[in-house]
Write a protein that binds this ligand. Structure first.
Ligand code: SAM
Length: 410
């Protein structure tokens, strides 16, 4: 029998690869009646296929004379990845794939092909194939900048499901292995809400790289601090837990709902503002965090659908928005105040070049270089920004890609 999760995984793949939907959107479109555990398994399966799509297609190619319809291709890809990458027993996987094909009106005539192809592929040769490549629009500038070896290392990290990182409140610890920068890491977390300390709000989920932006800002108890693109609020929680008086602003009411839930669970306080930063007036603030909207190319290991849905065409408008946000945010900063700008992007335009352009527009600013526990000197660029890449700490499971820099006004 084809199980429900595998059927939903194929639906998710059809939506991402056929309709260009984000996985989060496709998940929201699944039938409301589907059991949460089956939805979660479908998401895991679809994510695994997206992480290994290139290698799976290479295993399948010699056995397909012409490309079958997308749903059949996705049934084949799912079964191939389950057998080759996830180590599932072939018998159950093949019979489930054949059942899935039989169930669909437009796929049932190809059930025999699914059976024949899956019996012929060689899962063992998967291990020798290169990891899924980044899309060319992203790969090329990264190869030019860091070379092929670094990009290959980034792709290797992105092929594995990411670990789960937790940030603990100051003075407390969280489940998992402590990391050099102060976060905690779980390799196989299971259900997050069942982990000790979740209910009491002793920690929250936050990638170790993302957690460094607030550490770089170094909020002090009682300081007036603005988090200007705040939702869903991982960094707001860090600022509030440090004892700062936090204003958390975001344009999205829906995302602010999640920020309010996070504050309620942890019992932390912040003034929450729903507004467009570009026109909002407030402050002055002693410290500002600007975690601006960006290409999110540093988060592909968590969002393996991004390379199939994005084509880089949004980049110029994102870069312009970030620059406008930076200029507006500087006007909210008190004399002598500091601002941390960060993006979860791998691209120079949204990081090092954005900082260089800011300093050209505002020569009065000075960059304050990071001096943080666990941060290696060669992660810091000539201009004083911190460049984090997924292949750093590769042995321990990597980290999200980020750029962050701290500037101070006179
Ligand atoms: C990278 S996310 C922020 C993540 C957040 N700092 C965290 O750690 O959880 C960027 C945020 O910018 C918000 N945003 C986009 N345009 C905005 C605008 N014009 N004004 C305020 N917020 C905006 C988005 O709604 C999104 O929540």
């Amino acid at each position: 029998m084809a199980d429900e999760a595998r059927g939903m995984a194929v639906t998710l793949l059809d939506a991402v690869l056929g309709e260009g939907k984000l996985l989060s959107q496709a998940l929201a479109d699944l039938p409301a009646a589907a059991a949460p555990a089956e939805r979660a398994r479908a998401q895991r399966l679809a994510s695994s296929v997206l992480r290994h799509l290139g290698p799976a297609d290479r295993l399948l190619a010699p056995h397909l004379r012409k490309a079958p319809p997308l749903t059949v291709r996705n049934i084949l890809r799912l079964a191939t990845v389950e057998m080759a990458a996830d180590g599932a027993a072939p018998h159950g996987v093949v019979s489930s794939a054949v059942d899935l094909a039989r169930r669909g009106r437009r796929t049932q005539h190809l059930a025999g092909l699914v059976n024949a192809v899956l019996r012929r592929i060689a899962p063992a040769s998967f291990a020798g194939l290169p990891a899924q490549h980044l899309p060319m629009w992203l790969r090329q500038p990264l190869v030019r900048r860091w070379g092929r070896a670094v990009v290959t290392a980034i792709e290797a990290v992105q092929a594995a499901p990411p670990p789960l990182d937790l940030t603990a409140r100051p003075g407390l610890s969280a489940p998992g292995e402590p990391l050099p920068t102060g976060s905690f890491r779980l390799r196989a977390p299971g259900q997050v809400s069942a982990l000790p300390g979740y209910e009491a709000g002793q920690w929250w989920v936050q990638d170790a790289a993302a957690a460094l932006a607030v550490k770089l800002l170094d909020p002090q108890p009682g300081e007036a601090v603005a988090d200007l693109c705040a939702a869903p609020g991982g960094k707001t929680l860090q600022l509030a837990a440090a004892g700062a008086r936090v204003t958390a602003l975001d344009i999205s009411e829906a995302r602010l709902g999640r920020l309010r839930e996070n504050l309620a669970r942890t019992g932390l306080q912040a003034e929450v503002v729903a507004a467009d930063l570009l026109t909002w007036q407030g402050g002055p603030f002693e410290a500002i965090l600007l975690d601006a909207p960006c290409s999110a190319t540093g988060t592909i290991r968590r969002h393996p659908d991004l390379p199939f849905v994005k084509d880089g065409s949004e980049l110029p408008s994102l870069v312009a928005l970030q620059a406008a946000m930076l200029d507006h945010a500087l006007g909210l900063l008190a004399p002598g105040g500091r601002l941390v700008f960060c993006t979860c992007s791998l691209l120079e335009e949204e990081g090092e070049a954005q900082l260089a352009a800011l300093l050209e527009r505002h020569p009065e600013l000075t960059v304050e270089r990071p001096t943080l526990p666990g941060v290696e000197p060669d992660w810091i660029g000539a201009e004083g920004g911190l460049r984090l890449r997924p292949d750093l700490w590769a042995e321990a499971g990597g980290m999200d890609g980020f750029f962050m820099a701290r500037v101070r006004r006179p």
